[in-house]
Every structure is written in structure tokens, then in C-alpha cells.
Write a protein that binds this ligand. Structure first.
Ligand code: DGI
Ligand code: FE
Ligand code: FE
Length: 196
């Protein structure tokens, strides 16, 4: 699918603010994909569609999670988590994208997961550091993203978990699994994708 066609489809699903965020994620994901060796076209499409379900009514998302046998523990956590797996489903069924790599990058863009692919990491990080983002610590993650994909991702996860804990929010298990998996691999010297 061409970029302009994908953007026209997603634009109808989003507010203007969220559409501008999407453009930022797309541009950032393309840069990161080139640097760290992910498929650039898949990164572009996954980024364009990553927030496709962001404005669906909660009741619709809940119904899809149940009917499609998505992990039911999702329903016990913040509804902000739901648009990622529901988005993967709707991008497949409504838009007709059936590339599993793209769909998984959408599915895991909010929580991450253990053993993320480079494409999943690129989309997660692009969502966190795109130029429109202004939360505390984002500049440090932007700098790390120039050096090392995994260290940048680890810092983004640390910031997200700390932020949620300060708000007394529950942390979804996949968010911890993502953090733990990265922390252990980085300690063991297994990861360290520095883009070279
Ligand atoms: O959709 P975006 O705003 O672009 O970004 P996102 O998909 O990363 O969603 C961020 C929201 O998800 C933010 O409000 C925090 C929330 N979130 C992310 N991980 C967790 C979480 N909420 C809970 N309760 N637990 C998590 O592990
Ligand atoms: Fe999102
Ligand atoms: Fe987003």
C-alpha cells in the first residue's frame, strides 16, 4: 500500500492532533528502521496504522477483545492498552493488511513484549520519541536512540513504568516482561544493537 493511501485511510480515524503524531511516528520509524536494519516499508505502514483504533468506543474494543480471544487480562488494566491489539485486528479486517510483522508491531506498540523484533522496537520507540512528544526524559531517550536501539528502549520502558507507578497505575505484565527481558539481555551482553 502506498503511503498516501494509508495516510488517507488513517486520517479518517483520528483527530488532527493524533494525525500529526502519526506523521511524526512515521518519519521517526523510517529513520530508525534504516539505522537499525528493520524493513523500512513495514516500519512506515506499521507506524501509520499504529493508533488506528485509538478513538474506538471502549465498548467496541472490549467486545473485540472478548470475541477475538485476545488476552482477557487486558480488560483488568487501563483501557489505554486496548487500542494496540484491537488496532492490529481492525487494520487486518478493515484495511486488509495481513502482514504479520506489521500487525505485531501495531499489537505490541503500547506494552511491548519479551523478545521483540527489531521492527516492533522501532515502532515502539518512534511512538515514544517522535518530535511532538514532550514528556520528561524524552530528550535522553532521543539521544540514546542515536546510539543504541536497546538502551533507548530500556530507558523508555523505565520512564513509562516510573510514570505509571507515580500515578498509582497498575502495570500490565507485558510491560514488565519487556523491561525484564531487555534488562537481562543487556546485562548479559546479548543485545546492543548500535546500528552498525
Ligand atoms: O497511543 P499513544 O498515546 O500514542 O501511546 P501508547 O500507545 O504508548 O499509549 C500510552 C498510554 O498507555 C499511556 O496513557 C500509558 C498507557 N500505558 C502504557 N503501558 C501501560 C499503560 N497503562 C497501564 N495501566 N499499564 C501499562 O503497563
Ligand atoms: Fe498508541
Ligand atoms: Fe501513538
Amino acid at each position: 500500500m502506498e503511503r498516501h493511501e494509508a495516510l488517507a485511510i488513517v486520517r479518517k480515524q483520528l483527530t488532527e492532533h493524533r494525525y500529526q503524531h502519526t506523521i511524526g511516528v512515521m518519519e521517526t520509524a523510517i529513520e530508525l528502521a534504516k539505522k537499525y536494519g528493520a524493513d523500512v516499508k513495514k516500519a512506515e505502514l506499521a507506524a501509520i496504522f499504529h493508533d488506528y483504533a485509538k478513538f474506538r468506543p471502549k465498548e467496541e474494543m472490549k467486545r473485540i477483545i472478548i470475541e477475538q480471544n485476545m488476552p482477557s487480562d487486558l480488560l483488568q488494566y487501563n483501557a489505554e492498552l486496548w487500542h494496540a491489539p484491537v488496532g492490529a485486528y481492525l487494520v487486518k479486517t478493515e484495511v486488509g493488511i495481513d502482514d504479520v510483522d506489521i500487525l505485531d508491531a501495531i499489537r505490541y506498540h503500547t506494552s511491548g513484549r519479551a523478545n521483540m523484533t527489531v521492527l516492533e522496537k522501532v515502532v515502539y520507540l518512534a511512538d515514544y520519541i517522535e518530535p511532538g512528544r514532550a514528556f520528561p526524559g524524552v530528550d535522553e531517550v532521543r539521544e540514546l536512540a542515536q546510539q543504541n536501539l536497546d538502551l533507548a528502549l530500556l530507558k523508555a520502558l523505565q520512564n513509562t513504568i516510573s510514570f505509571l507507578m507515580k500515578k498509582n497505575e497498575a502495570i500490565y505484565p507485558d510491560t514488565f516482561y519487556t523491561y525484564n527481558d531487555l534488562a537481562k539481555k543487556i546485562k548479559g551482553g546479548e543485545l546492543l544493537n548500535d546500528g552498525t
